[in-house]
Write a protein that binds this ligand. Structure first.
Ligand SMILES: Cc1ncc(COP(=O)(O)O)c(C=O)c1O
Length: 408
């Protein structure tokens, strides 16, 4: 059978694989299955034959035994993400940060090892590397991943255990050349970890382009409704999931069953939402690009974007994502605050990828962990605003931006 569309996969993936219950009474021998995987709140599982339980502990099977080791509701969500990312398996976490931490540890980030990362990763990812892992003896180096020569030289110099990049960076919307970075990573013996949160599997499936671990903050597009905090790592081979799970059995950064259920429910409309969000973002980015109070718009769909051609080749030419960032002309913190406070429809909330259109001031929130000098060096100015397009009508989003810009 040819590969199913992502619209079809999103609706069905992960469901009805583990929930068959034998019928009792006269129909014994047959079974029934719920259409939607239920929420398994049970922490423990009992086995009729203790040898079966022993086999789970020995790692011979992945049946449930204790929710920190695995849970059927969480497994269903994991199977769905693996399928959407074109992977073999996935492991879910309590947040996107936990997923990144789990992936880095499983890749071998420990005292004496090195990790190379894109210089404009999400602020907390930067701090995880620069503060936490570095303080534990990991050598951390940030590079501009658009400069492949610099990446290659750094990888050859440090021979790191991992290279970490975001498909589309936060908040500058730079697009990473994933096939080239995968090749350079593997030549240097490094695991290539890709944070695909901004792109989502609707735009891009990094495992197919050479990534080893694909990480998501499931809090964003996968969940999509601003009501669940979660993370997930998709991998190309089942044994890689086992390695992640061995680490996580000790970290205990598990996605809770109720949250997994919500995220899985969100996933079913992921392609529908992202399609509309990308359409809205393209319209809003074009409008902002001609506005006299806007100095610069970062959006991979604009022909003026430095990596527009790369984005077209990676994302297929129809969609360029639903995240935009823009510099308000001559603005600093006070002007950005006035602009954000004047918005009526658009929510100034610290998240992205929701059905609602959202704005955020990176210097105050997502990239607060970086000192002002580092922010400036990587291009995050004091007038930079990030916008996550929702599923509303594009014209309504523009009307709100228009009236808010008038206060400046
Ligand atoms: C690109 C990216 N990766 C990871 C994270 C961390 O995700 P979470 O907030 O679910 O821990 C975020 C959060 O904003 C993000 O934007």
């Amino acid at each position: 059978m040819s590969e199913q569309s992502i619209f079809t996969l999103a609706v069905h993936a992960g469901e009805r694989s583990t929930e068959t219950t034998p019928l009792t009474g006269p129909d014994a021998g047959r079974s029934y299955t719920p259409v939607v995987t239920p929420v398994h709140h049970s922490v423990g599982y009992i086995y009729e034959d203790t040898e079966d339980l022993d086999a789970v502990f020995a790692g011979a099977s992945e049946n449930p035994v204790y929710t920190r080791y695995g849970n059927p509701t969480v497994n269903a969500f994991e199977a769905a993400v693996a399928s959407l990312e074109g992977g073999a398996a996935a492991l879910a976490y309590s947040s996107g940060m936990a997923a990144l931490h789990g992936a880095l540890l499983a890749a071998g980030a420990r005292a004496g090892a090195a990790v190379v990362a894109a210089q404009d990763v999400y602020g907390a990812t930067y701090a995880l590397l620069d503060r936490l892992l570095a303080s534990q003896g990991v050598t951390v180096r940030f590079v501009d991943v658009a400069d492949l020569h610099a990446v290659s030289a750094t990888l050859q110099e440090l021979r790191p255990v991992a290279l970490l990049a975001e498909t589309v960076s936060n908040p500058l919307l730079k697009v990473a050349d994933l096939p080239a970075l995968a090749r350079l990573s593997h030549e240097a013996g490094a695991t290539f970890i890709v944070d695909n949160t901004f792109a989502s599997p609707v735009l891009c499936r990094p495992l197919r382009l050479g990534a080893d671990y694909v990480v998501h903050s499931a809090t964003k597009y996968l969940g999509g409704h601003g009501d669940v905090l979660g993370g997930v790592v998709a991998v190309g081979r089942p044994e890689m999931r086992r390695a992640l799970n061995e680490v996580n059995k000790l970290l205990g950064a598990n996605l809770a069953p109720q949250e997994a259920w919500l995220a899985h429910r969100g996933l079913k409309t992921l392609p529908l939402r992202v399609e509309r969000q990308c359409r809205n973002a393209a319209i809003v980015a074009e409008w902002l690009n001609t506005h006299p109070q806007v100095e610069k718009v970062n959006y991979p769909g604009l022909s003026s974007h430095a990596q527009h051609a790369l984005a077209t080749s990676l994302f297929g030419g129809e969609r360029y994502g639903a995240m935009i960032s823009f510099d308000l002309a001559g603005a600093g913190r006070a002007e950005v605050f006035r602009f954000m406070e004047a918005l009526r429809l658009i929510q100034p909330a610290t998240t992205l990828g929701d059905v609602y259109t959202l704005t955020l001031y990176p210097a105050m929130s997502s990239h607060r962990a970086l000192d002002p000098e580092t922010r400036r060096r990587i291009g995050i100015g004091d007038g930079l605003v990030r916008l996550s397009a929702g599923i509303e009508e594009a014209e309504d989003i523009i009307l709100d931006l228009k009236q808010a810009l008038r206060v400046l």
